[in-house]
Design a protein around this ligand. Structure first.
Ligand code: SF4
Length: 503
């Protein structure tokens, strides 16, 4: 943050950058109404929360809401069913538990935050805006993966501080997001980010490469490019693939600061995401502009055009018990059914992390939970207790392969009760098949294109899509299916080589 170039154009902000964009996204301080009550989204730095914080969330979800806590595909949590008139008490309790956008020291700070949440004084960022912009994703196993090249946790803290401390960044969309990849095996590479940074090994040490409006590419993972190709904007490979430049880890925060200022300098009023900016400006133009903010070279490295992260991503590591970098320590993970936890289950996980782990829980962008630092001899107990709490800890279990949006019980836009329909499908889901059920085309449950998507057409009736490189959900392979008919179609689609007798 210190090396903003003195020649920087940051002192002359264009009007577009000064306009705070209204948002319909839930936040901690902006509870958004839904069919089942208010939604309060709690952003977790690095996807981590303490057992004590988890217990508070469980308590307030019961006291002020429906007792339902949802995991999001950005590794955050949201309390659903917040009752009218209880919003302020809920927010105050969460802020007092240290879950607010800025460090707070107790009830007095919580009240102060509430009173000023939407106010922005010159040179400062409002609490509400600070909450909106704190979007940095890291691996749930950051700092613990033996394959990782870099422990991204301190850098994540630096970036979150940067985002929340620059008044100008209040103009960023609440969806504007960064990915910080330390080279871990457990990393989500099919979820595009506005800016991504990935550790890479150079001859003389670790560097970070970066790209815009996408994800790091890995040899064994083509999803990132598939998704980019699916986006509404025409993302041509020369602009979006590979990495743009490499820098020292110590330069990353200044780079991000420069890129955010560049975005705000160049973005048209309706441009909320980096992909919108790149539809109007070349990568080279963006880099040239960003160069004015930093005193280290930012020229595009042509040798990085085909850069790929050396370590393949493995999403199955979010489930079950797996070794950490320190010998004898494991992380143990499980998938709550359809990404939802009731208060009792969340309390149970908090207790488990206190008794068997390090007293923290980690959420993942697969809407699952991971407990780190479990001694190897305690892992079977933790797995058994997670199973008893209703979490799927084996990737083969149907509930580990199904995601669904809120559906008609929680969202007025939904044409069907996707959650209930997903539970019906679970009983008949063919092995090896991953399915996303969506109540409408907005695809809230999945920022990626799932292998198969059931898009609601009417209550209990869906159109089936298969991912094949086409935009959106892929190609529609069948219309107007019941859940039973969809289950019958999925098996031969996913396993065409099987004979009918095998099916
Ligand atoms: S995908 Fe559509 S129906 Fe489902 S929660 Fe989002 S807006 Fe509602």
């Amino acid at each position: 943050m210190s090396v903003l170039n003195q020649a920087s154009p940051s002192t002359a902000l264009p009007d577009a950058a000064l306009v705070l964009r209204p948002s319909a996204c839930p936040g901690l301080l902006r509870i958004v109404a839904a069919r089942d009550g208010g939604i309060c989204r709690i952003k977790l730095p690095g996807g981590e929360l303490s057992a004590a914080q988890a217990a508070v969330i469980a308590d307030v979800s019961e006291r002020y809401g429906a007792g339902v806590v949802e995991l999001t595909n950005r590794a955050n949590l949201q309390v659903r069913g917040v009752r009218s008139g209880h919003e302020a008490a809920l927010i105050a309790a969460l802020v007092e538990a240290g879950l607010g956008p800025i460090p707070t020291g107790g009830a007095a700070d919580a009240v102060s935050l509430l009173l000023t949440s939407s106010q922005q004084t010159p040179g400062s960022i409002s609490a509400s805006a600070a909450d909106d912009v704190r979007n940095v994703m890291v691996s749930p196993t950051a700092g613990r993966d033996a394959f990782a090249l870099f422990d991204t946790r301190p850098l994540c803290v630096e970036l979150l501080t940067l985002l929340q401390s620059e008044a100008r960044f209040a103009a960023l969309s609440p969806k504007f997001a960064l990915l910080l990849d330390g080279g871990e095996r457990l990393v989500r590479l099919d979820h595009p980010h506005d800016v991504w940074l990935a550790a890479t090994q150079a001859e003389d040490g670790v560097r970070f490469v970066f790209g815009l409006a996408g994800c790091p590419s890995a040899a064994a993972n083509s999803d990132a490019f598939q998704h980019i190709a699916h986006s509404a904007v025409d993302h041509s490979r020369p602009n979006y693939a590979g990495a743009l430049a490499a820098m020292l880890p110590s330069q990353v925060t200044d780079l991000v600061c420069a890129l955010l200022h560049t975005f705000l300098d160049l973005a048209a009023p309706d441009d909320t995401r980096m992909r919108h900016l790149l539809a109007a400006h070349s990568i080279d133009a963006v880099l040239q502009h960003a160069q004015t903010y930093v005193d280290f070279p930012l020229s595009r490295g042509t040798s990085l055009a085909n850069w790929q992260r050396p370590t393949p991503a493995d999403a199955t590591l979010r489930l079950g018990a797996h070794a950490q970098r320190v010998v004898g320590m494991l992380h143990v993970g499980g998938q709550p059914p359809l990404g939802r936890l009731d208060a009792a289950t969340l309390r149970g996980l908090a207790t488990l992390s206190q008794q068997q782990g390090n007293g923290t829980l980690h959420t993942t962008p697969w809407q699952s939970v991971l407990l780190p630092d479990i001694a190897a001899d305690a892992a079977p107990t933790v797995l058994a207790e997670m199973n008893a709490l209703g979490l799927a800890c084996d990737p083969a279990q149907p509930m580990a392969r199904l995601i669904a949006c809120a559906g008609s019980t929680g969202c007025a836009k939904s044409l069907s009760d996707t959650k209930a329909d997903a539970l019906l499908l679970a009983d008949r889901l063919p092995d090896g098949v991953d399915v996303h059920l969506s109540g409408c085309p907005r695809s809230c449950a999945a920022a990626h294109c799932a292998p198969y998507t059931l898009l609601a057409a009417a209550p209990g009736i869906y159109d089936l899509y298969r991912r094949d490189g086409q935009p959106g959900f892929g190609s529609c392979v069948a219309h107007q299916l019941t859940i039973e008919q969809a289950a019958d179609m999925l098996d031969p689609l996913a396993h065409p080589a099987r004979s009918p007798s095998d099916a």
